[in-house]
Design a binder for this molecule. Structure first.
Ligand SMILES: CCCCCCCC/C=C\CCCCCCCC(=O)N[C@@H](CCCCN)C(=O)O
Ligand SMILES: [Zn+2]
Ligand SMILES: [Zn+2]
Length: 476
């Protein structure tokens, strides 16, 4: 039976069952990882002491990974880690698992427990990085450690790439260039970026898994206005602050066009349609008719709005030197997330037309286009392996659908190695936990973390298949 079959398993599958002692060890290992403040503060500001400590830490908690002869470990760009796990069957194309060890800053304010304490409370491990993305770093290595302890030898080779500067879009390029120089081509990549979503759609009580097959682009645009400084007792009609404030306000008040009609979201919603009660099921099954209505409903909520358009976030504003001085310069930074149906150039044209004021200068600080869409058909090995493993580990999840990642991931640096990039974290996410990512009170339940380890433990074994994915029967 092929991958599309519900019951496909290798005859020699090692059961994903862990002893009480192993379960305690795995959660303690994650807590220790959270405790190391591997913060990426800004483009050239990383906590090198913590990153070095983190490198030592993974050696100490995963000794079997580091001493197994067919697992090669390399440190790349000083603090990133590349593991090459040599499979026994060279005819199978390798794949790669990605995660990152750096985290965004977390000042103590607003947190229930200190963000780098890794404290366990009410069944949750608290702290920065518990969802983004030390959970994945630790779960991948933990799953491999447990497999190796059970004398597992993979058939299909795979790589594990653990970046140390994803939050400042850093050094994954080095790993990617190294693998390219070695002539590596990958069957697929799995990275962070989407989840099993729960509670994001008001009428839909059931959770659904979204595997992101593309990701939005991003532009950091600085707008600047210069005016002649002078005495504030006799101000001009407009100052640099007023001109810039009006410009950014126009941008905030003028959303980019709704791209619902051209996007992947239509496909996602069609997959979800039959899970909704009447009449939503009929509406979603007939988007040719109800598309405009649905797209208006989707844009009402600020999270789902991010799925239908390029978003505009005013993130920084600096101006003024003294209370009684007319400000010579005002600067604002706007972070756009570019819809996959648009390009950076198209968005910049729209922005110029909205600002429509030639006193406002444009400086593009960084810009990346959206990524191509990876295959999610029946022949797509990576997608089908994820789907198969979701079915096994989360039998209560009926829907697995392709979708868009609204953030950016390290996987974008690996498009030279594969056209099949999937972004999926095997965890439940609700709107509250979504807000904790880069926000406050980020936490993961001990049970969810154990399940993530179980998922990767099964996924690695499922990837040993030499069977081509075959069409599966759709559930009625
Ligand atoms: C019908 C479906 C409803 C879905 C609702 C959407 C819910 C969104 C779910 C998950 C999104 C989480 C995004 C996590 C990935 C974020 C990774 C990240 O933070 N990347 C940074 C990279 C920064 C690089 C520096 N330039 C980022 O994007 O800012
Ligand atoms: Zn991340
Ligand atoms: Zn992040």
């Amino acid at each position: 039976k092929g991958l599309g079959g519900q019951k496909h398993q290798r005859a020699s599958q090692i059961p994903s069952e862990f002893s009480q002692g192993e379960r305690v060890a795995m959660k303690e290992a994650l807590k220790g990882a959270i405790h190391i403040p591997t913060v990426s503060f800004g483009p050239k500001e990383i906590n090198t002491t913590a990153l070095a400590e983190f490198g030592e830490y993974i050696r100490s908690v995963f000794p079997t990974v580091f001493k197994t002869s067919f697992v090669q470990h390399e440190v790349i760009g000083e603090y990133s880690h590349l593991f090459t796990v040599q499979g026994s069957d060279p005819s199978l194309q390798p794949y790669m698992l990605l995660a990152h060890s750096d985290v965004v800053p977390a000042p103590d304010e607003g947190w229930e427990v200190p963000p780098f304490s890794g404290l366990e409370h009410d069944g949750f491990i608290h702290g920065r990085g518990t969802l983004d993305n030390k959970n994945s770093v630790m779960a991948i290595l933990q799953a491999l450690e447990l497999l190796l302890l059970r004398n597992y030898i993979p058939r299909r080779s795979f790589f594990i790439a653990l970046g140390h500067d994803e939050e400042i879009s850093g050094g994954a390029q080095k790993i990617s260039a190294l693998l390219q120089a070695r002539g590596v081509q990958l069957a697929f990549i799995v990275d962070e970026g989407n989840f099993i979503l729960d509670g994001f759609i008001p009428n839909l009580k059931k959770p659904f898994a979204i595997i992101a097959v593309t990701e939005k682009g991003a532009i950091n645009l600085m707008l600047q206005v210069n005016t002649t400084p002078g005495h504030s007792s006799a101000p001009p009609k407009e100052t640099s602050i007023g001109i810039l404030a009006a410009a950014v306000s126009r941008l905030e008040q003028t959303p980019m066009p709704n791209m619902f009609g051209s996007g992947l979201l239509k496909m996602t919603l069609q997959e979800l349609a039959h899970e909704f009660p009447f009449p939503t099921n009929i509406i979603l099954s007939n988007l040719w008719l109800f598309g405009p209505l649905v797209s208006r409903l989707i844009e009402r909520n600020y999270i789902t709005n991010a799925l239908v358009r390029t978003t505009t976030a005013l993130t920084m504003f600096n101006a003024g030197v003294k209370v009684n001085v007319i400000p010579p310069v005002a600067q604002a930074i706007i972070n756009f997330r570019v819809d996959p149906a648009q390009t950076v150039q198209e968005v910049l044209e729209l922005v110029k037309n909205i600002v429509a004021d030639n006193r406002v200068q444009f400086h593009v600080l960084s810009a990346i286009d959206p990524l191509p869409v990876s295959p999610s058909d029946h022949q797509a090995l990576g997608y089908q392996l994820l789907r198969q493993t979701i079915r096994s580990v989360f039998p209560e999840v009926n829907i697995v659908a392709p979708g868009v990642c609204i953030g950016n991931t390290d996987s974008r640096h690996y498009t030279n190695l594969t056209t099949s990039i999937y972004r999926f974290n095997p965890l439940y996410l609700n709107p509250q936990s979504f807000q904790s990512i880069h926000g406050i009170n980020e936490k993961i339940s001990v049970r969810a973390y154990e399940t993530q380890v179980k998922f990767i433990f099964e996924f690695i074994q499922n990837a040993d298949t030499d069977q081509e994915p075959v069409p599966h029967l759709h559930e009625l």
